[in-house]
Design a protein around this ligand. Structure first.
Ligand code: V1S
Ligand code: CA
Ligand code: ZN
Length: 380
């Protein structure tokens, strides 16, 4: 069965409500909340529930949402339903960016307040010192803006949690390893030095959401407190880990965050339905393990991830890392939905061989050097 690892086992809380996995964006839509149910079954199948404090999460309140989102927008979200959406006055769908990416599906508001409530609960556990690491795999919806949904995200649970953490923490570090740029979080804190945002992502100006070039670095008080690491298709395990550690080590040492939020979008894995990187589960997990090794309180959230069997493998593997447990490679035998994981039934099957690596050594070394030059500004 599972064993204690050699590294430190912190106090970990796991925040989940199975209701969140019962919503459907629509049959053609790539976002499948069901992946959260698959994850929870694997986590409990491995017995990881015995090594964490488990909390069934609640909905975020309207007042909590208004800490970031506009009243106009929350009024709209809380009132519109699939039945009323077609009767709205002309222009409202465009105004609120409703369409294929962010459809008004049955219960979408209940879904949104549930994943946001889970991140807020998790941030509260860190604030009151009951947890050193708090996990919400249903959160990480990094594209939502103050007054509009974007990229499958309706409310921004990350921004709401950071606002909560800022009540007592002087410096918050946000790390985003989803394949997409964490634009909603970057934008919300673009003018403050109290939140440092860093996102690793595919960038070519066209890939969604189209932002995240290296020259976006923050402005006014926030200048030099946003870092973007634009990457090409097909990045492999060693290149990604080297770059990630090479940037994050000096960044954490210089910025000295008092709390960290890591968004662990699983669409940076190889074989993702929307992604185009070649990462394996162990490499993605190595990034989480590296951040954990600094021993700073951490909120860990999910995000993208469109091949549900691999999303659930990844987040289970990372739950193991965060709670300091070593999981056997072979998946639990008596777990429901086991048929989703064949023919290998492995926690970390090989994923990283689909795309040509368009990130040359020279390109990556250049990215690393430019990041280090930016980080030097933090030392004053
Ligand atoms: N890539 C991609 C992609 N695929 C879809 C999509 C496909 C089928 C559907 F029925 C509905 C949507 N949308 C997109 C992207 C949005 C990606 C969001 C990633 C979210 C995250 O992982 O970072 C965090 C949870 N949207 C677009 O590329 C925009 C369009 C430009 C093209 C697709 N159409 C559907 C909308 C406009
Ligand atoms: Ca990212
Ligand atoms: Zn994504």
């Amino acid at each position: 069965k599972i064993e204690f690892g050699t590294d430190y086992s912190p106090d970990v809380s796991y925040h989940f409500n199975s209701k969140v996995s019962e919503f459907h964006y629509g049959v053609r839509h790539p976002m499948k909340p069901f992946r959260l149910m698959l994850t929870d079954h694997l986590v409990s199948g491995y017995g990881l529930h015995n090594y964490m404090d488990l909390y069934e999460t609640r909905a975020a309140s309207r007042e909590e949402l208004l800490e970031f989102h506009s009243k106009d927008y929350i009024d709209f979200l809380s009132k519109v339903t699939p039945d009323t959406v077609s009767k709205l006055p002309r222009g409202s769908l465009e105004k609120f960016n409703i369409g294929d990416d962010c459809p008004i599906f049955q219960g979408f508001y209940d879904y949104s307040v549930l994943y946001a409530g889970a991140s807020l609960d998790a941030s509260r556990k860190l604030l009151n010192g009951q947890s050193e690491i708090a996990i919400n795999w249903s959160g990480g919806l990094h594209h939502a803006k103050k007054s509009s949904p974007s990229g499958f995200c309706y409310v921004n649970d990350i921004v709401l949690s950071i606002i909560n953490l800022l009540r007592f923490h002087p410096r918050v570090l946000y790390i985003d390893i989803d394949i997409h740029h964490g634009d909603g979080v970057q934008e919300a804190f673009y003018t403050t030095d109290r939140v440092f945002t860093v996102s690793f992502h595919k960038y070519n100006g066209e890939f969604f959401p189209g932002t995240g070039n290296f020259d976006e670095l923050g402005c006014s008080e926030g200048k030099h407190f946003a870092l973007n690491v634009p990457l090409e298709d097909g990045i492999d395990d060693d290149s990604y880990i080297n770059l990630f550690k090479g940037v994050m080590d000096p960044l954490i040492t210089s910025y000295k965050p008092t709390v960290i939020i890591q968004q662990c979008g699983a669409d940076s894995l190889g074989h993702d339905r929307l992604g185009c990187f070649n990462l394996n589960i162990k490499a993605h997990g190595e990034c989480v393990k590296f951040i954990k090794s600094f021993g700073i309180p951490m909120l860990v959230v999910g995000g993208g991830g469109y091949t549900p069997r691999n999303v659930s493998r990844l987040w289970t593997y990372e739950t193991g890392i965060l709670s300091g447990m070593i999981l056997p490679e072979s998946l639990p035998e008596d777990s429901p939905f086991r048929e989703w994981f064949g023919p290998d039934y492995s926690l970390y099957p090989t994923l990283g061989d689909l795309y040509e690596n368009k990130n040359s050594k020279k390109f990556l070394e250049n990215v690393r050097i430019r990041c280090l030059e930016r980080i030097r500004y933090l030392q004053g």
